[in-house]
Ligand binder design. Sequence first.
Ligand SMILES: [Fe+2]
Length: 343
Amino acid sequence: MGRAGKRSDKINVNDKNTVLWALFFEKLLQNVTASVMVTDDAGKVIFVNENYLNFFRFDEKDIVGKSWIDVIIPQDQRPKVEKIFNDIKKRKMLGKFNTPVNGKKKTDDYLCWIAIPLEKKRTMLYTFIGKKGDGADKRMVKVFDNTKVMLNTAYAEVVETIFSAAEKSEPGTAKHAVRVMFFAVTLAKKLKIKKDGIERLKVASLLHDLGKLALDDRILLKKGKLDEEEFREIKKHPIVGSEIVSLVYFLKDIIPIMANHHENYDGSGYPEGIKGADIPLEARVLGIADIYEALTADRPYRRGFSRDDAVDIMNGEKGKKLDPKITDIFLEMVRNGEIEEVV
Ligand SMILES: [Fe+2]
């Protein structure tokens, strides 16, 4: 059985996406500092984290599997909250609202909700609390204003969590990814790619091989040459990785980079076989960084190529695997010592 299937008995291991989703979110959401709840499209609670249970003094059975609005929102408030919730889901955007607390908490507490629509018909809700008359309202407004800060924190937490999961799955992944990130970002700066493009490239570099998490250990850790069937499996990793990050609203921008990092300039790559400028620029940059890293890194079964040998090999790939113009710029940087070893 593959790695993903070992993680939980509670979920249907035949549905790979369900397994990956569960694996990913359980890790992620238990680690974030806010109270978090995930609901399905109908508002039924699928998941709450520890912070959430402590916050409401709930047991899992009080809330999981039930409609969150029925359990938490006072009856007279329900239509209003339902409307806001549906709007957020429909428009696929972030939304924020506050409601009085029902049930096990005092009624003068107010909750601030920040809803983040996810793919697969799920919505994630972050919860904050405030009290009437103690300045908490103002604080709540600040919390609303700080949505971006909070999302950035969540974003960093997401990346870090996935990153460490990948390292556990395939030791050496982290070192590879950090070196790739450094090479890619250094090249991107030289190409004058804009700041947000560089940010995307950073995260995509760290997570580009995430889809390998779904591979069987037999293939992932195999030392010798892969047979045809095994290679077919490996080739799925850009898409599987993209599917995983597509579950997270704020990681969407890195999908085109992740999905295309094994496309070749001449169209001989995978998964789609697109070529030239059809391959997103940032994916071409990541591809160059990835190959340079792979060539120069020491592996358990071989020493890495010297800088000069790596340059020769990559020169030979210009116009084949690699974008010739960008590769020229990169190799020039290597020769000038602008691409120094970092790790
Ligand atoms: Fe890859």
